[in-house]
Design a protein around this ligand. Structure first.
Ligand SMILES: C[S@@+](CC[C@H](N)C(=O)[O-])C[C@H]1O[C@@H](n2cnc3c(N)ncnc32)[C@H](O)[C@@H]1O
Length: 302
C-alpha cells in the first residue's frame, strides 16, 4: 500500500466515524424505512374508524364513562331480575363452584383453616346479589373472612341485607381497581360469571395487577369466562360476533352494560405480566336452559 492509498483509507475511516457520531444514515435500514413510510401513510390517512358503532364502544368510551354506565346498569337492576338472569345463564345453582378443579383448590386452601395457618381470606370481585358468597359460607366453614367487593351501590345494599350481620363477611362498595383491601392478605380471589368482561380493555392489565397485589404468596385467582366464539345478536345484546366489544341492555332506554372479551391466550399473557403463574383451565357446561360452554382459568401467585 503506497502513501496515497493510506491517505485515502484514513480519510474514509475519518468520514465514516464523523457520520456515525452525528447519526447520518450511511446505508438505509430496509426495516426502519418500511416502518417509517407506513407511519407516514397512516398519519396521512387519519385514524382508522370503523363505521359500525357496535364495534367501537370499547375504544371511544373513557374508563370513567364505562364504569359509570355499568354501575347504573346494576343500580337499576332489581335483585329478582338479577337472579332471573343467573337462571337464564344456567348459573343460578352455581355449577361453576361444583367443577372438580375449583373444589380441589378451594378445599385445599379453605378447608384447612386453623391447621397450617391462622386465617383463610377470600376476596370475591363483583359479588352481585350474593350467589357465590352464599355457597362459599355454606360449603367452607373454614373461611375466616370474605371481602365482597362490589361496584354497584344497589347490589352492595342487597348484600348488606342478606350478609350484613355475618361476622365473617365484609361488604366493600368499591371498584376493584381502587379497593382498600390490604396487600398480601388474600388466599383466594374469585372472579366469577364473566365479571372480568365488565372491566374496560385498557384497565384489564391493571385490574389483574391489583388482584395480584392483594393475594398472599401461594394464593390463587379463579376466573370464569364464557367461550369466545359466542355469536351475540339478541334483543338484549349487541356486539361483534367475536364478543370483542359488546353492549347489553335490559330494555330500550335502560342503562347499558359494556363488556369486552379477551381470549384465553391474551388473558394468560396479561396475567403472567401481572406476576401470576398460569395453572390451567377447565371447561364446563352451564345448567339448562343456557347449556353454554364456559371456562374456568386458574392462576397462582408464587
Ligand atoms: C355478572 S355479575 C357477577 C356476580 C357474581 N360474581 C356471581 O357470580 O353471581 C358482575 C358483578 O360485578 C360487579 N362489578 C362490575 N365491575 C366491577 C368493578 N370494577 N369492581 C367491583 N365490582 C364490579 C357488578 O356490579 C356485578 O355485580
Amino acid at each position: 500500500m503506497n502513501r496515497r492509498d493510506r491517505k485515502i483509507g484514513s480519510f474514509l475511516i475519518y468520514a465514516f466515524s464523523v457520520c456515525w457520531i452525528l447519526g447520518f444514515p450511511i446505508w438505509a435500514d430496509p426495516v426502519v424505512a418500511t416502518e417509517k413510510s407506513a407511519e407516514t401513510t397512516a398519519a396521512k390517512a387519519g385514524p382508522d374508524l370503523d363505521p359500525d358503532p357496535d364495534q367501537r364502544c370499547g375504544e371511544l368510551l373513557s374508563s370513567q364513562a364505562w364504569f359509570a354506565d355499568n354501575q347504573r346498569f346494576y343500580d337499576e337492576l332489581p335483585a329478582r331480575d338479577f337472579m332471573r338472569r343467573a337462571h337464564d345463564c344456567g348459573l343460578l345453582h352455581s355449577p361453576d363452584l361444583k367443577v372438580p378443579m375449583v373444589q380441589y383448590y378451594l378445599r385445599n386452601i379453605l378447608g384447612k383453616a386453623g391447621r397450617t395457618r391462622p386465617t383463610r381470606v377470600v376476596m370475591e370481585i363483583g359479588s352481585g346479589y350474593g350467589r357465590i358468597l352464599h355457597e362459599l359460607l355454606n360449603q367452607f366453614p373454614g373461611i375466616e373472612k370474605v371481602h365482597a367487593v362490589e361496584l354497584s351501590g344497589n347490589n352492595a345494599a342487597t348484600l348488606r341485607q342478606v350478609f350484613g350481620k355475618h361476622p365473617r363477611v365484609t361488604i366493600r362498595n368499591e371498584n376493584i381497581l381502587n379497593t382498600t383491601i390490604q396487600n398480601s392478605t388474600v388466599d383466594v380471589a374469585l372472579w366469577m360469571w364473566a365479571g372480568f368482561l365488565e372491566i374496560p380493555p385498557e384497565q384489564k392489565p391493571r385490574a389483574l395487577r391489583q388482584v395480584f397485589f392483594k393475594l398472599r404468596r401461594g394464593g390463587v385467582l379463579i376466573m370464569d369466562l364464557p367461550v369466545s366464539t359466542v355469536v351475540v345478536r339478541t334483543p338484549v345484546m349487541k356486539g361483534s360476533a367475536d364478543f370483542r366489544d359488546l353492549q347489553m341492555v335490559q330494555r330500550p332506554g335502560a342503562p347499558t352494560l359494556h363488556l369486552h372479551f379477551v381470549t384465553k391466550e391474551t388473558l394468560i399473557e396479561w396475567a403472567e405480566i401481572a406476576g401470576f403463574k398460569y395453572r390451567g383451565s377447565i371447561g364446563y357446561t352451564a345448567d339448562p336452559p343456557a347449556n353454554t360452554e364456559r371456562n374456568l382459568h386458574l392462576f397462582v401467585k408464587n
